[in-house]
Design a protein around this ligand. Structure first.
Ligand code: NAI
Length: 508
């Protein structure tokens, strides 16, 4: 295991844009002399002025003493040419995302810096193996992938290319840790960890919308209020920029030789083609132009409290519903559950989705009044839940199911009868993708979960979440989605299968 570079080491940051400035701020704040280089006139000087202003703000808020802010600001220097970086012990490149330009820069750098200098790239999508390929010493090249904004986001992916020496990766891991970040090791593969494992978050949302499950506002509200995600997929894509998000999806899809798992969405392409790029263009999935209001999620209208509620079994959903009804002083009885049912209300029988449509499940079990509910991160605290009823279900049975959930204090969003509903299907696919990344040796299970919690603020790592839901349930959802759609996209990761057959969790 290699140690962190010493704070006496000069750190060079090349590219003084969004990421370079943030990375320079991080390095200077922990004590490094930082040299910032950019080909744009005055870009480095302006970035340094901005970082100093940040340090002053932190001092004003009492997060730094004014002497510390002053000292950190003084550690930042403009570099005017590559030769100025000769004394750097670590170079972090954060220039334009173009392999040939990065190749040229690293080749020029190799002639300037000492043989001990570590060369790192902040690229989010270019292969570290490919960047190293043009160099005489590719073993000292690694990815050091910060997230935006670098001073605030805790995650750093340390990416090893085929030729990267493990000591270099270990030293960068220790360095990022010393800089106050949570570092995770990742093998250089398309999307590394976060940009790969996150793909289903957008893709399943887009598919749900495309299949008419609900509108964007309802799907976003479900992912927030039932799933516990900070932002729903559509508001998030609007914030990231639909063009940026679409480009990442296409780049991962292309890099995996068009694996259907990562198939881009025609709907998203349509938006990009139309110039509906999200917030920055005034229009994306939502309309941000003056005078337009953000649409509200669709919630079922209030239904009477059913007189004959039965809570069945002691699953997480059943137990939470029982507690919530008790807290609301709504009478109910309890019964065992032999077929996975969670509750009964009037003629309705409620189940948590297993990846079949409600209509199929009603058919399979000869129970016409089948109503499915979605996964919640925490059924005790969720404020909204999705529900879908079978095509065979009587309208008053659906109303009774809605009445039960409303009596338990939940807003109910009725979805069209789409297999796997919203949160369950998304979480199953996130866990499946994370499992494949682990299976293929890209990262450890712990790294996959940390990366998703810290890189994109997921409320729980997908693998830990799958453990909580139960691997047999997640596997069943995926299996049923694969049958429903007949698409390779929903194939189950061999690691998930293996853990299931062993009766183990991902984190056992
Ligand atoms: P940016 O466009 O804000 O900044 C890039 C800077 O590099 C510009 O100031 C440009 O003048 C400078 N530059 C271009 N070619 C140069 C060269 N040959 N030598 C010196 N300076 C040069 O870009 P941003 O967003 O900061 O991205 C930089 C890198 O970080 C890219 O590789 C990107 O994929 C990656 N990244 C971006 C994230 C983001 O959210 N923006 C997140 C994580 C990684």
């Amino acid at each position: 295991m290699s140690a962190a570079i010493s704070t006496q080491t000069v750190v060079a940051v090349i590219g003084a844009g969004t990421m370079g400035a943030g990375i320079a701020q991080v390095a200077a704040s922990v004590g490094h002399t930082v040299k910032l280089l950019d080909t744009r006139t005055d870009a480095a000087a302006l970035a340094i002025a901005g970082i100093r202003a940040q340090f002053d703000k932190m001092a004003a808020k009492g997060k730094l003493s004014s002497a510390q802010a002053q000292a950190a600001g003084q550690r930042l220097h403009v570099a005017h040419q590559l030769a100025d970086l000769a004394d750097a012990g670590l170079v972090i490149e954060a220039i334009v995302e173009d392999l040939s330009i990065k190749h040229q820069l690293f080749a020029d750098l190799e002639r300037v810096v000492s043989s001990h200098c570590i060369l790192a790239s902040n690229t989010s999508s270019i292969s570290i193996t490919a960047i190293g390929a043009a160099l005489s010493h590719p073993e000292r090249v690694a990815g050091l992938h910060f997230f935006n904004p670098a001073p605030l986001m805790a995650l750093v992916e340390v990416v090893t290319g085929l030729a990267t020496h493990q000591n270099i990766a270990d030293s960068l891991h220790a360095t990022a840790t010393a800089w106050g970040k949570t570092a995770v090791h990742a093998k250089s593969t398309p999307g590394f960890i976060v940009n790969r494992v996150a793909r289903p978050y957008y893709a399943e949302g887009l598919r749900l919308r495309g299949e008419g499950a609900a509108d964007c506002a309802t799907l976003d509200a479900l992912m927030r209020e039932a799933g516990g995600f900070r932002m729903g997929p559509f508001e998030l894509m609007d914030m990231i920029g639909l063009d940026v998000n679409y480009t990442v999806t296409c780049s991962v899809w292309n890099a995996y030789f068009n694996d259907p798992r990562y198939l881009p969405s025609l709907q998203q392409k349509e938006c990009v083609d139309a110039g509906f790029l999200g917030k920055k263009s005034g229009r994306g999935f939502y309309d941000y132009r003056a005078g337009s209001d953000k649409p509200l999620p669709v919630s079922a209208s209030a239904q009477p409290v059913p007189a004959d509620i039965v809570i069945c079994g002691d699953s997480a959903a059943a137990s939470a519903l029982a507690d919530r009804l008790t807290a609301a002083a709504v009478p109910f009885s309890r019964a065992k559950s032999d077929d996975g049912r969670v509750a009964q209300a009037g003629a309705a029988v409620l189940f948590v989705t297993d990846g079949r449509s409600a209509t199929q499940r009603a058919f399979d079990s000869a129970t016409a009044n089948t109503v499915l509910i979605d996964l919640a991160l925490n059924y005790a605290t969720a404020t909204r839940l999705a529900l879908a009823s079978a095509g065979q279900c009587a309208p008053d049975a659906t109303q009774a199911a809605i009445g039960l959930l409303q009596a338990a204090g939940l807003q109910v969003s009725t979805l069209a009868d789409i297999p796997g509903l919203a949160v369950m299907r998304t979480v199953a696919m996130l866990a499946n993708e994370a499992a494949d990344a682990v299976y293929q040796g890209v990262c450890s299970a712990a790294a996959a979960d940390s990366a998703m919690r810290l890189g994109v603020n997921y409320p729980q790592g997908p693998l830990a979440w799958a453990d909580q839901v139960g691997l047999p349930n997640i596997r069943e959802v995926l299996q049923n989605l694969a049958v429903s759609y007949g698409e390779d996209r929903y194939r189950i990761s061999p690691l998930l299968q293996r853990q299931f057959y062993l009766g183990k969790n991902f984190h056992d």
